[in-house]
Design a protein. Sequence first.
Lengths: 212, 219
Amino acid sequence: MSDSHHHDHAHSDVSTLTDIQKRVKALESILVDKGLVERDVIDQIIEHFENKVGPHVGARIVARAWVSPEFKKSLLADATNAINGELDFAEVGQHLIAVENSDELHNVVVCTLCSCYPWDVLGLPPVWYKSAPYRSRVVSEPRSVLEEFGLDLPQDTKIRIWDSTAETRYLVIPQRPKNTELMSEAELADLVTRDSMIGTSDVLTTADQVNT
Amino acid sequence: MNSIHDLGGMQGFGPIAPEDDELTFHLSWEGRVLGLQRSILFLGLWNIDVFRHAQEKIQAIDYLSWSYYERWVHTLTATALERGLFDQDELRVGKSLSGESPIATKKLTMKSINKAYVRGNFERIGDSQPEFSVGDMVVTKQTHTSLHTRLPRYARDKLGTVIAIRGRHVFPDSVVAHGSEDSQWLYTVEFEGCELWGDAVDPTISNLIDAFEPYLSRV
């Protein structure tokens, strides 16, 4: 940029681009030049994870498990095959495992070694799930962690902490809230939050919904 | 390896800080990195285990101070350089200095993009029968390997019970150590909280890991 007319513009470009942005741009350009990746594909992957897949996918699965005992049974036996057997659910990969909460047992999921998470049904994990405080603490002091999320379990409820150490992925099936017998499957799905399917919170109640 | 990535049971990281209405990507380059990562894995030059091990080799102070996607950028760059996908000169100028790559035929395209969305299957067919059955008491291996393992420190040399057999899966330790899948039976093993954390721990908790057969021996 020897042309003084362009100098200011070029300078402001440089000053707003951080080192990491420059590195990512360089990586992408090199790999595109080499014919190894396509920019359209990257755009589409971003679109997929921002808009297509997310906790709403898992919420529909949970709601169906609440209304259909038959589906719940097959979901708990083999979640991947159960979900892929339903015509109106998007395909999920292997090996998804569903674990069910009850009055006696609460399940919570973590990946202490990295950040394994059931992307197919929950989308990308939140920052806290990937962070050192959660990964370090939930395995040994789950109650204090759950309290930080506002979940106060009865003292005698058993807690199972599932550490995703292999290529299996875990989805928690939270308990269906009381007084929801008249709700439709779609309405029930609206009560199912992301965190309730990780195991760090309860589902919403109809009262929560009115308040929001 | 016993690096900082193996966080289970450590203390001193402070409170968890959930965000309200968290964005999928906090900065626009993070999405580009995710797209690059999915595309590069599709080339089949290395798998997720190699990528994980490269993250484990990040120095502790960097691992804790970099964001998740900063770690990915570092890992992608380091692995691609190590495997000769491009070189330092190309990284410096931000373009290919040798034209198209001969392996470009395996790339992820708009036609095959669905394969970037659905998880791969790591189960493999083999001849051997599982050594352990549901209900068996097992003890996990003691190890301080400097290589890749998916047996977390908090669950080494501990007594547990097999609660499920998950099939025969690609063995990450072998993938990283010598590039072979070496599939092994995978089990879910449950440990009582007091076995891992001592008598003072909440008596209502139990911990579960997915453990490959070589991590386990019969009691």
